[in-house]
Design a binder for this molecule. Structure first.
Ligand SMILES: O=C(CO)[C@H](O)[C@H](O)COP(=O)(O)O
Length: 229
């Protein structure tokens, strides 16, 4: 199965197995989350009553195209579930997210969900996090100072660009992509990064993922459940 087919399979499976009539669902961002949104659109057409809270402006647009009524995150007490993709995920269910630049809203929405489900094609499962550059969202003011402080943690940094302009997140911030090669202590790095002045949030999701839906080498769907408190 190619990667695109795996994304479609995990996205559809997550929606079919976990989205129930009447739910308001946290809607992820990216090419795998796309299949969750598409499947939810089909479920709505078939008569289900579903709403969504979007993790990005791109997802807001997509969800509207698929007929999913959007709710403001501030209007919900708690979400039953949120379903999102990941850039990397390890055996502890620790993940790197933010390849699509939506890490802050994704983390807020994942935190608001009783169950946070990650949908991932086989390439996303890793032994050690860090091959994928870790996205760190920073405020534009003094970003070069913030970048220097991040570099002291032993990574190469790159300010994210788009069409030759500095990439702006949906929150009006910048992203610094940090190449660590391998992250030996993701928990500690998460805390250290978020303690740097100017850092808004980083793409490490620690003890957040409750369910991982992926595909194995035999093209079978694998549902792994984390032992989070
Ligand atoms: O964190 C994300 C966006 O900020 C995405 O979930 C992550 O980049 C995976 O994307 P894709 O499903 O397109 O591979």
């Amino acid at each position: 199965m190619d990667r695109q087919a795996e994304k479609a399979l995990v996205g559809e499976t997550a929606a079919i197995q976990y989205v129930k009539d009447g739910m308001t669902v946290g809607l992820g961002t990216g090419s795998t989350a796309f299949y969750v949104i598409k499947t939810m659109g089909e479920m709505i057409k078939a008569g289900m009553n579903l709403k969504g809270v979007a993790t990005s402006k791109a997802t807001e647009k997509l969800a509207s195209e698929y007929g999913i009524q959007l709710v403001d995150i501030n209007e919900v007490e708690e979400l039953d579930i949120a379903i999102d993709g990941a850039d990397e995920i390890d055996a502890n269910f620790f993940a790197i997210k933010g390849g699509g630049g939506a890490l802050l809203r994704e983390k807020i929405i994942a935190s608001a969900a009783k169950t946070f489900i990650v949908v991932a094609d086989g390439s996303k499962k890793v032994q050690t996090l860090g091959h994928f550059p870790l996205p760190v969202e920073v405020v534009p003011f003094g970003y070069k100072q913030t970048e220097k402080a991040i570099q002291k943690l032993g990574c190469k940094t790159e300010l994210r660009m788009k069409d030759e302009e500095i990439y702006l997140t949906d929150n009006g911030n910048y992203i610094i992509d940090c190449s660590f090669s391998s992250i030996q202590n993701p928990k500690q790095l998460h805390q250290t990064l978020n303690n740097i002045v100017g850092v808004v949030e980083n793409g490490l999701f620690i003890h957040m993922v409750d369910v991982l839906i992926s595909v194995n080498k035999q093209d079978e769907i694998i549902v792994d459940i984390a032992k989070n408190e």
